[in-house]
Every structure is written in C-alpha cells, then in structure tokens.
Design a protein around this ligand. Structure first.
Ligand code: SAM
Length: 239
C-alpha cells in the first residue's frame, strides 16, 4: 500500500494532523442538528488515529473504524476504548452489516491507488450503508493538489517539520515528503513519511458515485470562502 502511515503514526496527532478530524466533528454535528437526527452507527473508512471517534465519544454514536495501517490503528485503539477498529483496505473489506453513515475523511479518497480503486471504495461504501444512509467524504481538487507544491519548515521548541511537496499536473498527482525531528530529551527522533495523492475531475467523481448506486449527491466547497469552481477541497454528501 502506497500510504502506509507507518512510523509517522506515532507523531500524527502530536504534529497537528488530528486537526481535520476535530473540525470535521464540528461540521458533522451541525449536519446532525440540521437533519434533527443523529446516526446511531458510523463506519469510518480510513479512520487513522481515531481522532474523530475520540472527539465524538459520548455522543451515543457507535463507531467502527477501518484503516490499512496497523500503526495508525494501534494509536486509535489506545485512544478510544470500546470502539471497534479493523485493519483492511476500504475498497475490499466486508464487515457483514449496514451502517447509518459511512465517512471517508481528510483526503483519504485522494490516497486510493487508482480511479478504479476509488470506484471500488464508493461501491463498498454503498454496500455498507442502510437504504437511507449517508456517505460523506472530502476530496482535494487539482487546485488543492497544486498547493502541495511548496517547501515549508515549521520549527517549534518540541519539533522541526520539513515538508517538501511536488505537484505533477499532467498526471493529476502530488507527492509530499515529510521529515520530522521530534525532541526526545537531548536527542531528536527522526521520522520520514511520503504521502502520495491523486485527483480526478469532479465530473468523474460524480459519475463514479452515480454508478456506485448513489442517487442524491451534494457537492460543496469545503472552505466557504472558495467558490465551488475554485474549490481546493470538495465536500460530498451522498445518499
Ligand atoms: C490522511 S490520513 C486520514 C486519517 C483520518 N481519517 C483523519 O481524519 O485524520 C489517511 C489514512 O488513510 C489510510 N489509508 C490509505 N489507504 C487506505 C486503504 N486503501 N484502506 C484503508 N485505509 C487506507 C492511511 O493508513 C491513513 O490512516
């Protein structure tokens, strides 16, 4: 699997990568309020370190998290007692039950190896949903991936993180190389992570969702100050 999130897993939250899940929890709570109903069960595809489960603990929602990385799942299990976490590929895993909601967050959809891999995830999400359930995910557009092309150095007392990103417009692909030095007493622990992402035209995503059995698809710009045509990240709500 290309995005193993191995050694990096132990610093994922510490370096601030848990922020998206925290923000997504606020957004989801607003969605539940708007619909005057909360899902009883949520299947969290590519759940990572289980930050969403931790943030929504006590809401009465029963979560099942699936992730390919054993290291990410080890962190998730340590943080969220009583949540079921399963290791597997979200394109192929079969859990033998249906859920009120399936989530697939923080550009996890951009991590899938190919268009057909992503299509299989859409079909698998539909397979695991109750008839009237919702599938919600975010997706980085070409504008979003283009922003990966930069070098950034974040320096704090506790760590230094060097991020070097490349965007390949002809292939609609991007790679980001993250090197973190985390202070451990007088020494530094070094971790390195390559993260690869792909994007496709939004029309392809809409077509893929429709062929996977979703009848109602609402796409909006994740960032309200970006018009949908200029959106760097899209937010899909499908049923
Ligand atoms: C950017 S992280 C997002 C994690 C979490 N959803 C969050 O909001 O922090 C992407 C996650 O996708 C997982 N992943 C990548 N490919 C996967 C696959 N085919 N099946 C399951 N998990 C996968 C990685 O292990 C990683 O935990």
């Amino acid at each position: 699997m290309r995005n193993a999130y191995g050694a990096f897993a132990r610093y994922y939250d510490y370096l601030g990568w848990d922020k998206f899940a925290k923000d997504a929890a606020v957004r989801l709570k607003a969605f539940f309020r708007l619909r005057c109903e909360k899902p009883l069960t949520i299947l969290d595809f590519a759940c990572g370190t289980g930050e969403l489960e931790k943030t929504l603990a006590g809401s009465g929602i029963k979560f099942t998290g699936v992730d390919a990385s054993s290291e990410m799942l080890r962190i998730a299990r340590g943080k969220c007692r009583g949540v079921k976490f399963v290791q597997g590929d979200v394109a192929t895993i079969r859990l033998g039950k249906k859920f009120d909601m399936v989530l697939f967050l923080f550009y996890s959809a951009n991590h899938m190896n190919s268009r057909s891999h992503l299509l299989r995830v859409f079909k698998n999400a539909r397979h695991h949903l109750r008839e009237d359930g919702y599938f919600i995910f975010d997706f980085l557009t070409a504008i979003g991936l283009e922003r990966w092309e930069h070098i950034d150095i974040r320096q704090k007392k506790e760590f230094t993180v060097i991020t070097n990103g490349f965007y390949y417009p002809d292939e609609l692909k991007a790679d980001i190389f993250i090197e973190a030095f985390v202070k451990k007493g007088k020494l530094y622990d070094r971790v390195f992570q390559k993260v690869a992402a792909r994007t496709y035209p939004p029309s392809d995503i809409l077509k893929g969702l429709a062929t996977s059995g979703f009848e109602k698809i609402l796409a909006s710009s994740y960032n309200p100050v970006e018009e949908i045509e200029e959106a760097s990240r899209l937010w899909f709500v499908c049923s």
